[in-house]
Design a protein. Structure first.
Length: 109
């Protein structure tokens, strides 16, 4: 709704994004009621639901298990393939192998 969508369209985008991150059943829950990993996936769903042309993701998989980490990185990669610019920062560059179009290594700051 913050991007100007009507309530119905915003709700549909939110439901679709929650399904994409595997949390469709959590639609009515408060974020505080979710685990850390679930909260991380809600943050990704919020980014995906918003119509922004650029997504900035700072450590988007830090609280996730290996399966969800791969799933979320694949989702972000799909967002990139759909035309969005996606920038991910991570302390786990190996997790980006096979899903990142380009990896830039920063060393010592």
């Amino acid at each position: 709704m913050a991007a100007g969508a009507d309530g119905r369209a915003a709700r549909q985008a939110a439901e679709r994004a929650l399904e994409e991150v595997g949390l469709g059943e959590a639609m009515g829950q408060l974020v505080e009621e979710l685990s850390g990993g679930q909260q991380q996936r809600v943050a990704i769903a919020r980014a995906v639901a918003h119509p922004a042309t650029c997504l900035l993701a700072d450590e988007p998989t830090s609280a996730l298990d290996a399966g969800n980490r791969r799933r979320m990185l694949q989702l972000l990669h799909e967002q990139s393939r759909a035309g969005r610019a996606v920038v991910v920062t991570t302390n786990d560059p190996e997790s980006l192998e096979g899903v990142a179009d380009e990896i830039v290594d920063l060393d010592a700051g």
